[in-house]
Design a protein around this ligand. Structure first.
Ligand SMILES: C[S@@+](CC[C@H](N)C(=O)[O-])C[C@H]1O[C@@H](n2cnc3c(N)ncnc32)[C@H](O)[C@@H]1O
Length: 266
């Protein structure tokens, strides 16, 4: 089995973020509970995506998953196109749009390493937590740069290697197992969601953007209250996380690297 097949099978079993509800699959309550949970634990998505600001634009979301953000793109009045590697995700999102009376221009199964769109086709390409799961992340990055139009915007969330979350994984799978030599990349690769997950530093992202003609406008790695600061754990762990974050710098040690780029200028 190739890594891409393993990634497909992992996410096709259950779409990301759908395990938080017991409501019947594809019911209104099912989707509402998924949405409520997502934006409670990841409120930073709104400030980053700025859904309504892109109203009217031709938008592609790469890796729609269960479609919580995709629904917001539709509600915001973008010309929404969405792709995902898995049939499960696409079926989920089709049901979701129907229940909430929303329409997308197009929604289909596709591999981000080979996007089925012409060059310079979208005003905005958005992807939250997706391409670091694909075996050839740089190919996905190149494809995103290819399909966004000149002066168009790319908003991408990639996992940040120099983060508290990566450090916690290292403590759990390196330190506590007596395997101190394991690197942060290695523990993320083997123990974060599907096999082969990658994590990046800010300078790696700058280099990758330069190679593909994108200018980085902003990279935000502020600590996530839920994940880096262990918001759902007992207070002694939360207190420890606060101490670590204050030593590392709250704005420097977050797991979510929110990257905003523009094509062909800067
Ligand atoms: C962590 S989930 C994120 C989903 C969604 N963006 C979200 O934030 O909930 C990762 C998603 O990436 C998709 N994915 C992984 N590799 C992909 C690829 N090469 N092409 C398209 N989608 C991919 C998976 O199928 C899965 O739906």
């Amino acid at each position: 089995m190739t890594i891409l097949e393993e990634v497909h099978d992992y996410w096709n079993r259950q779409s990301c973020g759908t395990g938080v509800t017991d409501a019947p699959k594809h019911s209104r309550a099912y989707f509402e509970e998924i949405e409520q949970y997502r934006y409670a634990v990841e409120p930073e998505i709104f400030a980053f995506a700025q859904f309504t600001r892109h109203s009217g634009q031709k938008m592609l979301e790469v890796g729609v998953g269960a479609g919580t953000d995709f629904l917001q793109w539709c509600r915001a009045g973008t010309q929404a196109h969405g792709v995902d590697l898995t049939e499960e995700a696409i079926a989920n999102v089709q049901h979701r749009l129907e229940i909430f009376s929303q329409r997308a221009v197009e929604l289909k199964v596709a591999n981000a390493e080979k996007l089925p769109y012409p060059d310079n086709n979208f005003d905005l390409v958005y992807s939250w937590g997706v391409i670091h799961h694909s075996p050839d992340t740089e190919k996905c990055f190149a494809e995103i740069a290819r399909v966004v139009r000149k002066d168009g915007t790319v908003k991408l969330m990639l996992y940040h290697r120099h983060s508290l979350v990566a450090f916690y994984l290292w403590v759990r799978y390196g330190l506590l197992r007596g395997r101190l030599w394991r690197s942060l990349s290695d523990v993320v690769y083997h123990h974060m969601e599907s096999i082969g997950t990658k994590s990046y530093t800010r300078s790696e992202v700058h280099d990758m953007a330069r190679r593909h003609g994108l200018a980085v406008r902003n990279i935000d790695v502020t600590a996530s209250p839920t994940y880096d600061l262990l918001g759902q754990y007992p207070w002694p762990l939360r207190a420890g996380a606060y101490v670590l974050a204050s030593l590392a710098g709250f704005s420097r040690c977050g797991w979510y690297m929110r990257i905003e780029m523009t094509k062909g200028c800067g």
